[in-house]
Design a protein around this ligand. Structure first.
Ligand SMILES: Nc1ncnc2c1ncn2[C@@H]1O[C@H](COP(=O)(O)OP(=O)(O)OP(=O)(O)O)[C@@H](O)[C@H]1O
Length: 305
């Protein structure tokens, strides 16, 4: 469906994408997870053919996605990070404009507009001007606009930024349903919980490089331990670190120590050490690791949203 091979993109001296290679199969719900400035929007723009790589190639369904490659663009829909809607037109009128750009005939377009507005819960607002919509409603409209020509691949660039929880859920359910019908989705986000919920495969991107790529379980497999204890970085917990290191490996960031427990570590023994150093147990949290921990493990720094 999509093959990205050794792609590099620079803005003057800044390397926004550094030798990226990825391959995405039909039907995947692929997450591109990275902090602000990681290079997600740049990669989406290259896939959509809105920008050209400095080197490397991108092929969508076998067609090279350089600017103007019509075959590649017909196969994909883009939900850009900055909303692309006409505020003074109604929801329906906006969809007419986008549908006509793709050359859809009137009857097909009308049927798809009706279907789309119903699917995202906007049928009763179809005649209202978009300027009266919330950020989340605009985003839902943008998503159906990107699907009017029935692409096989949908690119969603951080579609829940600035979106209320109700719209966020509507967006998740809508995208999950389309993916279940066979639509391939590439979804960029800096929200770990979104990638965890939605994506069948996730690539972690930072400073223009893919650090890891796989299913959630595969990514968690990068971690040395399944359970972890987080302690605030105080003088008491810092003093306890040498003793705690017997139970696993410790990573320290500015404000916390994280102890990745060895599989055979006995919690009662760990807490005995903690109490001995006068650390209140209520200050400690025991958790199963998530993508946050994978990011910390791969980069040595916390993932700041
Ligand atoms: N047109 C541009 N000119 C110069 N630098 C740019 C341009 N667009 C992006 N950058 C820089 O390239 C890097 C990657 O930006 P990009 O927007 O692709 O990241 P992102 O992961 O989408 O981040 P965000 O979540 O903040 O949108 C950043 O350092 C950004 O400042």
């Amino acid at each position: 469906m999509l093959a990205i091979t050794s792609v590099t993109k620079r803005y003057d001296k800044l390397t926004a994408l550094d030798d990226i290679s990825l391959s995405i199969a039909p039907g995947e719900f692929f997450g591109l997870l990275g902090p602000n400035g990681a290079g997600k929007t740049t990669l989406m723009s290259l896939i959509a053919g809105l920008k050209r790589p400095d080197s490397g190639t991108i092929a969508v369904s076998g067609s090279t996605a350089t600017a103007g490659a019509v075959a590649a663009r017909q196969n994909l829909g883009l939900v850009p990070q900055s909303l692309a809607l006409y505020d003074d037109l109604s929801a329906e009128e906006n969809l007419h404009v986008f549908g006509q750009l793709f050359g859809l005939d009137r009857a097909t377009l009308k049927a798809r507009i009706d279907e789309g507005l119903t699917a995202v819960g906007l049928a009763d607002r179809r005649k209202d001007r978009v300027k009266t919509f919330s950020g989340g409603m605009k985003r839902r409209l943008n998503i159906i606009a990107a699907l009017l020509h029935r692409p096989k691949l949908l690119l969603c660039d951080e579609p829940t930024v600035g979106v209320d929880p109700q719209s966020r859920n509507a967006i998740f359910e809508f995208l999950e349903a389309r993916n279940a019908e066979g639509l391939t989705i590439i979804y960029s986000t800096h929200y770990m919980e979104e990638a965890t919920r939605l994506c069948s495969r996730i690539a972690i991107i930072d400073h223009g490089k893919i650090l890891a790529d796989g299913t959630l379980n595969h990514l968690l497999g990068h971690l040395p331990s399944q359970e972890q204890l987080t302690l605030p970085a105080t003088s008491a917990t810092t003093a306890a670190l040498p003793a705690l290191a017997a139970f696993g490996s410790v990573t320290t960031t500015e404000d916390v120590h994280q102890l990745a427990l060895q599989p055979d570590a006995k919690l009662s023994a760990v807490f005995t050490v903690i109490e001995k150093y006068g650390v209140p147990t209520s200050a400690c949290t025991l958790s199963r690791p998530g993508l946050e921990d994978v990011f910390l493990h791969l980069t040595g720094k916390a993932f700041r949203e």
